[in-house]
Design a protein around this ligand. Structure first.
Ligand code: FAD
Length: 596
């Protein structure tokens, strides 16, 4: 096997790769400059040198805001931003240009464009597809230096992972079809179409790997049979890579850097989830299943990996029931579910930790398993009280930097995994549990005067941590938090769903009332499937029964109509209405989708 580096297909491939990396580097530089601006502004504010309103966005981000509008494309996606459609069109055009013209060499005798033989173009297409598939790998990494440099987060780049993969696959098709035809016409034997020699056979198997990935990643399969999709993905990618490299050794050059990044990502994830200490403190039912809603389970855990946590982020959770003589149940630990952290509290490593830590056992392999003993000593109200007491201590900053964080998760019982979890919580079963993370956005809401959160159902969880963070920091007088007005519009089917978070909402009220820097809370609840009631649910300023919010009306009630940071999480239809209204007003927004 020999790697031919001087072929014109290879030149087209690597010139395209260099072009893409160049663009990406420019983006990273822009992102880092933006981060530096934000840092500089906060420093000035801290030193009381600058108290002017600050806009963290560059001017051109405002000019492009109309392109943030989202639309649905029938049979393709429920929600896509216009800027992404434009971006994908440009991406396809760039691909076509490289397929036709790369490596753009100008020769003296060149007078007009001449189409080459198909046998040349199909291989150019294949090489371009290969480069795109190398990007596909990188776009599926949870941790990588590239995500840190660019500020892209796992959930924000996953749609690109899908789109780039489809373009890459499309580029393989002409090569696949043309080579099948060429294989067949050698001896006119049908089997030769796919398996005439090693090159043809490996190419065919590789293509089956890619097709398996493609077919099982349709949203129909992904949404209904997530586990099948997940394992098919792993098998498909391993098969595709191995046989691609046998088929064309140059694939090594393109795939290996991406594979190295992917392996490093897996190694880091394994380290985080298996070696970083994690203790499950409590697992219980936050809301019991009733006729009107599915029920919500809650987990409280102390995890050393949470030190870098930012409000609005999520972790991956794996869980398996602990049962005597049923070690095989632990295969479920390979299945990770993303769940947003719903609240964080300072953990026990601080000097005056008050709570009794639940002892954990080690299993025969020395790993931590959990115990639910003594959980009555752990209630979130006392953890909150402890946190606010520490916040008043002078030494708080120093301690908070190196202490563990206790975090809670609220999980709605929707399908196999989450219903099992609710059942285990109800029955008090013993479980193995692992956490990997945190992942997700680092939202710079604090530089805006207004934080406006719009959530539907369990989509409230990211908003909870954002609002709590804002209220606590304003209450403690942190001058770099400029947000003085918080609006929350929460849509639920029944008031029972609010029970899980009721005490947290009352806690915000309490802290906001005694805040050093003023913060106004405007909390609105919409209950869609309950008979019209008169009573406002306590903690909320307004409760509306039997109706959905009109986004324009809600946003009109915000007293400051500029410098607004919008966060939304819920169904695609719900988020679309929020995003479109926010972009119409030129507001900065971020949305969280609870499905990949
Ligand atoms: C970033 C993010 C944050 C989330 N935060 C929360 C939260 O705070 N609380 C909460 O209740 N839910 C949250 N979810 C949703 C939660 O991950 C799914 O509801 C859960 O994985 C469903 O699994 P299931 O087997 O119970 O249901 P299923 O019936 O198997 O799936 C229900 C839906 O969840 C999706 N899903 C299933 N498994 C996964 C998986 N491993 N990864 C991604 N999606 C999956 C499926 O596509 C399907 O649409 C979040 C999802 C994401 C992507």
């Amino acid at each position: 096997m020999e790697i031919r580096t001087t072929t014109v297909f290879h030149m087209a491939g690597y010139s395209y790769a260099i072009f893409c990396w160049g663009l990406f580097s420019l983006y990273c530089i822009g992102y880092q400059v933006k981060q530096w601006r934000i840092f500089w502004h906060r420093r000035q504010k801290l030193n009381k040198l600058d108290d002017k309103a600050f806009d963290p966005c560059f001017p051109w981000e405002h000019w492009l805001r109309p392109l943030d509008r989202v639309v649905s494309i029938p049979f393709v996606t429920e929600m896509i931003a216009v800027k992404h459609i434009v971006g994908m069109c440009l991406f396809v055009i760039v691909n076509v240009i490289f397929i036709l013209f790369a490596p753009f060499k100008w020769t003296d005798g060149f007078t007009s464009f001449r189409f080459e033989a198909i046998g040349l173009y199909d291989r150019r297409c294949a090489f371009m597809g290969m480069v795109n598939w190398a990007f596909v790998f990188i776009l599926a990494s949870r941790n990588s230096i590239l995500t840190s440099m660019s500020g892209f987060t796992f959930e924000s780049i996953i749609p690109y992972h899908r789109w780039v993969a489809r373009v890459g696959l499309l580029e393989f098709i002409p090569h696949f079809v043309w080579r099948m035809y060429k294989g067949y016409i050698v001896n006119y034997v049908v089997a030769d179409t796919l398996f005439c020699d090693l090159e043809q056979t490996s190419g065919t198997i590789c293509m089956f790997g890619f097709l398996l990935l493609f077919v099982t990643s349709f949203s129909f399969v992904r949404r209904r049979f997530f586990e099948f999709f997940y394992y098919a993905h792993l098998i498909g990618i391993v098969v595709a890579i191995i046989f691609a490299c046998i088929h064309e050794p140059a694939c090594f050059l393109y795939f290996i850097p991406a594979v190295i990044l992917w392996v490093a990502d897996r190694a880091w994830r394994s380290y985080q989830s298996w070696l970083v200490p994690m203790v499950l403190l409590k697992m219980d039912t936050a809301v019991t299943k009733t006729e009107t809603q599915e029920g919500i389970s809650r987990m409280l855990f102390d995890y050393a990996g949470m030190t870098g946590y930012q409000p609005g982020q999520y972790v991956f959770l794996a869980l398996a029931r602990k049962k005597a003589n049923a070690w095989w149940l632990r295969w479920r630990m390979a299945n990770w579910h993303p769940i947003t952290v719903s609240e964080v509290f300072p953990g026990n490593k601080a000097p005056d930790a008050a709570e009794k830590r639940v002892p954990h056992h080690s299993d025969e392999a020395g790993r931590h398993s959990i115990s639910l003993e003594g959980t009555t000593s752990l209630d979130t109200n006392s953890l909150r009280r402890r946190a606010s007491a520490w916040a008043d201590e002078e030494s708080q900053t120093k301690h908070s930097r190196d202490q563990h964080k206790v975090a809670s998760l609220h999980i709605k019982a929707l399908g196999g995994f989450s219903r099992d979890l609710l059942r285990h919580a109800d029955e008090g079963s013993e479980v193995y549990v692992k956490v990997d993370g945190p992942y997700g956005p680092r939202l710079a809401y604090q530089d805006y005067q207004v934080l406006a959160c719009y959530a539907a159902g369990i989509g409230i969880t990211p908003a909870l941590t954002l609002i709590k963070d804002c209220v606590e920091r304003r209450a403690s007088g942190v001058s770099t938090v400029s947000t003085s007005y918080v609006q929350l519009v929460w849509v639920v089917r029944s008031t029972e769903e609010t029970l899980a978070f009721h005490d947290q909402i009352l806690y915000w009220r309490d802290r906001a009332a005694k805040a050093i820097l003023p913060v106004t809370l405007d909390l609105q609840l919409y209950v869609t499937r309950e008979p019209r009631g008169e009573k406002s649910v306590s903690g909320f300023d307004r409760t509306r029964y039997g109706q959905r919010p009109q986004m324009d009306e809600c946003m009109n009630t915000i007293p400051v109509q500029h410098h607004v940071c919008v966060h939304t999480c819920g169904s695609d239809a719900f988020m679309s209405s929020v995003i479109n209204e926010a972009s119409r007003r030129g507001w900065h927004h971020h949305h969280e989708t609870f499905e990949f």
